[in-house]
Design a protein around this ligand. Structure first.
Ligand code: ADP
Length: 626
């Protein structure tokens, strides 16, 4: 048999993760037990599921359960389950590599600062490898359900660079994970310590967890947890701490969730759902292939992880369980997709999440955390889920000209409440970042008149604004578009008739810039700046254009419209410029500056610099000659 023994190296990422984890999670070390019990319970769940189709897998050993054995004398702790078990190949794959995509990039963010790294690892979830926080050697013996005793395997590692694997014979099905505890971790072989940890970590698991103390006074194993799946209990029996523990078991997160919602639906369709909003975004929130969705049970039998069919994509951060009484036990992903009840359940679960967020939005401490972590994903809902538009709109938060900083903490209700009577528009600007938005020429007039503007700087915001379109009867208006009607523009404040002189000036500028602009108009949105560029009402917003171009899309050319501030001294100067060359140069510079101010890159920066240098020279000599 021993010729079957092989020594293999861990995948590089595993090696890095092990080092970082041992270092950064030391203050949280007892979580290893939660992780191992979670794995054991998942293994029992998986076997129960496979046994639906192949009952012979259970053989005589039909009572699924977990036991923890502690041995003070040998300083060891063992987690035993009679679940699905692992074959040789599965052991090598599961405990030698990390399957999560994006792991390498994720590990690069580690800094060596304990708190920072522990927080990151919490978002990653460490699972089995956390055993090495307290153990200097881990032995795993496993036999896959349905295989012969001689097909069992032993995996062993000291958590350095390698592990060994060999075939063994094992009478029992399932997995035994033995932790050879480090010298100063003997507390984890103490029964009182382990008993309280089991209570803390596994009371809500649907399988019995027993404790056996080898060499102890009482050699019999005793069941320590209550062995009832948490969601099947009634809300009034459950404490917040129990809900939080269950969340950690479910999500492998180390931190508490922000909130949760536990409901039983009765009637035509019967199901229980327990939905959580995590406190921090997972490391792979933006990875399209990352697993997401709820854990699906049918009549308390685990069916699948990551059932993404129950919630829309923009709620992909929600964790939880749904336990249906009506779905068939043999439901697969494909069958689930076709199930006529699915649409109704998805609609109801979506509303649950939105209601839960509505409640959370009243919490001035928690809601900002939610928004910071998940706001950008949530905004996708305005595009994805039009039916719930009104509910979603209430939950949005923005940075606006009212705050004076870039925190997204103002709601549309806040905006509407502050708006003056007669303002029937909600104004917004799209920009690359907060600094560009808040200093943009486009909002000068609005600012000077005390009209609030939403400052939209996330990539998704252009689509959000389109999807939203209006709120409480007020239309959303992009301030960088040609048509912009400002509130309370009575007859006196309205467009004054242009003088012939102005008309001639516009024509003259247009003549010089005809290659670069669609039109030249007098602006009503400017105060301090001489000019700005706006998009025609049918054209793409320049911010959107830049994003599409950056993603490689070919777009037809579209020239902007130049708007000038007829009262600005620079424009007065332009109008008095007799020299045609200088008039041309100055007109181009005014346009270049308007483009730069909104964040557009100049097509020909060198030409601009040249123009500017010439001009500066002339300014000097001109001033000296006066
Ligand atoms: P995770 O549980 O997040 O997938 P782990 O590192 O804890 O990550 O485990 C990796 C894989 O090893 C699990 O997905 C599972 O397939 C397998 N595994 C771990 N523990 C057990 C066990 N007790 N029984 C069967 N399979 C297990």
């Amino acid at each position: 048999m021993s010729e079957q023994r092989e020594t293999l190296g861990f995948q590089t990422e595993v090696r890095q993760l092990l080092q970082l984890m041992i270092h950064s999670l030391y203050s949280n070390k007892e979580i290893f037990l939660r992780e191992l019990i979670s794995n054991a319970s998942d293994a029992a769940d998986k076997l129960r599921f496979e046994a639906l189709a192949s009952p012979e897998l259970l053989s005589e050993d039909t009572e699924l359960g977990i036991s923890i054995e502690i041995d003070k004398e040998n300083r060891s702790l063992t987690v035993v389950d009679n679940g699905i078990g692992m074959s040789r190949d599965e052991l090598i794959d599961n405990l030698g590599t990390i399957a999560k995509s994006g792991t390498a990039e994720f590990l690069q963010q580690m800094t060596g600062d304990k708190q920072h790294d522990a927080h990151l690892i919490g978002q990653f979830g460490v699972g089995f490898y956390s055993a090495f926080i307290v153990a200097d050697k881990v032995t795993v013996e496993s036999r896959r359900a349905g295989s012969e005793p001689v097909a069992a395997v032993r995996w062993e590692s000291e958590g350095e660079g390698e592990f060994t694997i060999e075939n063994i014979e094992r009478a029992e099905r399932g997995t035994r994970v033995t932790l050879h505890l480090k010298e100063d971790e003997s507390e984890f072989a103490e029964s009182f310590r382990i008993e309280s940890l089991i209570r803390k970590y596994s009371d809500h698991i649907g399988f019995p967890v027993s404790l056996l103390e080898i060499g102890g006074e009482d050699e019999a194993a005793k069941v320590v947890n209550s062995a009832t799946a948490l969601w099947t209990r009634s809300r009034s029996d459950l404490s917040d701490d129990e809900y939080k523990e269950f969340y950690k078991h479910l999500s492998h997160d180390f931190a508490d969730p922000l909130t949760w919602s536990h409901n039983r639906v009765e009637g035509k369709r019967e199901y229980t759902s327990l939905l959580y909003i995590p406190g921090a975004a997972p490391f792979d929130l933006w990875n399209r292939e990352a697993p997401r969705g709820l854990k699906l049970y049918v009549q308390r039998v685990f069916i699948m992880d990551d059932a993404e069919q129950f919630l829309p994509l923009y709620l992909r951060f929600v964790k939880g369980v749904v336990d249906s009484s009506d779905l068939p036990l043999n439901v697969s992903r494909e069958l689930l997709q076709q199930n006529p009840d699915l649409t109704a359940m998805r609609g109801a679960l979506t509303r649950r999440v939105l209601d839960m967020l509505k409640k959370l939005s009243a919490d001035k401490e928690q809601y900002p955390t939610f928004w910071r972590e998940f706001g950008q994903v949530f905004k996708e809902g305005l595009v994805e889920d039009h039916a719930n538009k009104d509910k979603l709109a209430h939950l949005l938060r923005f940075a606006t000209t009212h705050n004076g900083n870039d925190t997204q903490d103002q709601s549309l209700d806040d905006y509407v409440e502050r708006a003056a009577d007669g303002q029937d528009r909600i104004y917004y600007i799209l920009a690359e970042n907060y600094a560009t938005a808040v200093a943009s020429p486009h909002i000068e007039q609005l600012k000077s008149r005390g009209i609030e503007v939403l400052l939209l700087t996330d990539r998704i915001d252009a689509w959000l604004a389109d999807g939203l379109a209006d709120y409480e009867g007020k239309k959303l208006v992009d301030v960088a578009r040609e048509a912009l009607d400002l509130p309370n523009e009575g007859d006196d404040a309205g467009q004054e008739e242009l003088t012939d002189e102005h008309k001639a000036l516009l024509e003259k500028i247009k003549g010089v810039l005809s290659e670069r602009v669609e039109a030249v108009n007098v602006s009503r949105r400017l105060v301090d700046s001489p000019a700005c560029v706006v998009a025609g009402d049918q054209d793409l917003n320049p911010q959107v254009r830049r994003m599409l171009e950056a993603s490689g899309q070919q777009l037809p050319d579209a020239k902007p419209i130049l708007e000038i501030n007829i009262e600005h001294p620079l424009v007065t100067r332009l109008s008095g410029e007799a020299d045609a060359g200088r008039f041309g140069a100055l007109s181009n510079i005014v346009l270049d500056h308007a483009l730069l101010a909104e964040g557009t890159q100049l097509e020909n920066p060198a030409e601009y610099v040249q123009r500017m240098n010439d001009f500066l020279l002339h300014v000097d000599s001109g001033a000296a000659g006066e």
